[in-house]
Design a binder for this molecule. Structure first.
Ligand code: HEM
Length: 337
């Protein structure tokens, strides 16, 4: 038998339990249902902001590897993943579109007086070798470099991760090792063609008259015209900048810290995009843009009429070299007479 006091006690216990459940329900519902994934990242971000660098502990002798995160990192990543891609896309696609429009409206610059059939040497074998060595390295450096900037968003979706990794690894080896013959080529180009590429008043006149490419004029030019001199200085100065900034990256922490390397990669990336755009213009004029231009670097000779239309002053000089001066006595057929 239960006494009324015991019954009251049971009732109060039951009431407490029900009240407990009722109050606990909403409180439980307010508990986070999962771990907030960004919470620690936010704290990490604050930590980097305050400390500049987050360093761990390590056992290998290279203490630079102890740095886990530093202030410039996210900023550099933003540049690499967004800004540089925009610069590259606008520069390369922009120049490509302009060249297509130019070709469709102007067409190829023809040898207007037709071919004479007489040839004149324009570049010797050594000059052509240096040009093609540097150009081949440039194209491979450009493709393998663009893979670093654009490979992930553009190529990875088209191939398996394994194939992309293998290709990127080879591209990276090519980029590192071909930098050496490329640099040698730029140095040789600098010395080989310096004398012919000093800007002068002939170039001002050449530019004023549209260089013979815009319109159908034939402004006189020396061995290299104003446009070619511009290409020469782009290659020399651009090539030197690419080499210096590139070697800072190939040999990390030699003479610079992580901030210096981030700046080097930014400079390297921006100049690369502008350099590629400029060289697309150079390749256009040397192939589709101008009749007779490719053979100068192909066989090394050009038609005399081509030289007359595009490099009159150079042709005059070359012809003067092979013709005897008027007062020079003709060699006698019979010296003994
Ligand atoms: C002496 C010449 C050069 C050297 C030593 C060099 C070296 C390097 C190195 C070490 C990197 C960083 C690679 C990485 O992050 O793993 C790089 C990136 C790159 N290089 Fe070069 N390079 C040279 C010439 C060129 C040329 C001629 C071009 C193009 C015309 C070029 C285009 C690029 C591009 C687009 C990147 C990627 C930039 C980025 O996305 O941040 N490089 N280069």
């Amino acid at each position: 038998m239960t006494t009324p006091a015991a019954e009251l006690r049971h009732f109060l216990v039951a009431l407490t339990l029900v009240a407990g459940f009722l109050l606990a329900g909403p409180a439980l519902a307010q508990q986070p249902s999962s771990v907030a994934p960004n919470a620690s990242a936010v704290k990490e971000d604050q930590l980097v902001q305050q400390l500049d660098t987050i360093r761990g502990l390590g056992t290998i002798p290279d203490t630079t590897s102890y740095t886990l995160e530093q202030l410039g990192g996210p900023e550099w990543r933003g540049f690499h993943n967004v800004t540089l891609r925009w610069i590259g896309a606008v520069a390369i696609l922009g120049i490509f579109a302009l060249l297509v429009i130019f070709y469709l409206s102007r067409g190829m610059v023809r040898i207007e007086s037709g071919r004479s059939g007489r040839l004149i040497v324009r570049f010797n074998a050594f000059e052509r070798f240096v040009h093609w060595m540097t150009a081949t390295c440039f194209v491979i450096l450009a493709i393998s470099g663009l893979n670093i900037t654009f490979g992930r968003p553009l190529l990875l979706p088209l191939m398996s991760p394994e194939a992309f990794t293998a290709w990127s690894e080879w591209a990276k080896y090519a980029h590192n090792y071909l930098s050496f013959p490329f640099t040698l080529g730029v140095v040789l180009i600098f010395f080989m063609w310096l004398a012919g590429n000093m800007p002068n008043r002939v170039d001002v006149e050449w530019f004023k008259r549209g260089g013979g490419i815009v319109g159908h004029d034939h402004p006189p030019a020396e061995r290299f015209n104003g446009g070619q001199k511009a290409v020469y200085w782009i290659v020399v100065i651009g090539g030197a900048a690419m080499a210096i900034s590139g070697y800072v990256l190939i040999f990390p922490f030699y003479g610079t810290d992580i901030g210096g390397m981030q700046r080097a990669e930014m400079i390297h990336g921006i100049i690369a995009m502008l350099f590629i755009a400029a060289m697309l213009g150079h390749i256009y004029i040397g192939t589709l843009g101008m009749e007779g231009a490719f053979e100068a670097m192909g066989s090394g000779t050009v038609d005399v009429n081509w030289a007359k239309e595009h490099h009159q002053l150079w042709l005059d000089d070359e012809e003067a070299k092979i013709q005897p001066a008027p007062n020079q006595a003709r060699p006698s057929a019979t010296p003994g007479e």
